[in-house]
Write a protein of this length. Structure first.
Length: 132
């Protein structure tokens, strides 16, 4: 019987060790589940963040495209204004025309003779002689 008692002790030790290993396995398994859960949460959060960032980037790209269109339209408008500006009379031309109208105005002068007219034209142009 001493062998049976020894066998029982050995069997009890083996059962105790198996239970201890089972407990450790359950603990490790639970830790792995928690780690996997955290990883899944992090992955979902990253996906949500990436989606939000992509949406923001898309909006920014749309705004940049709109700004580019507006700048292009402004450049075209500026070009058209420059073309129209070339058609307008210069200040110097308007002043010269105004002086000529004043010179020939019947309200200010009764009569203007050709020599007076030519003399005034020479003064305005800075020339010495004007041919009749």
């Amino acid at each position: 019987m001493p062998e049976a008692k020894q066998d029982t002790l050995i069997l009890q030790e083996l059962v105790r060790r198996a239970n201890s290993h089972t407990q450790r396995m359950r603990s490790v398994d639970e830790q792995m589940r928690r780690v996997n859960s955290k990883i899944d949460n992090l992955e979902q959060q990253k996906i949500r963040t990436d989606n939000l960032n992509n949406e923001k980037i898309d909006k920014i790209m749309e705004q940049i495209e709109e700004i580019n269109r507006t700048v292009s339209e402004l450049k075209n408008e500026i070009s058209r204004l420059h073309e129209k500006e070339k058609i307008f009379a210069k200040n110097k031309d308007v002043e010269e025309l105004s002086q000529l109208v004043d010179l020939l105005s019947p309200v200010k002068h009764e009569f203007v003779t050709w020599p007076e007219f030519n003399r005034e034209i020479r003064k305005m142009k800075g020339e010495d002689e004007v041919a009749i």
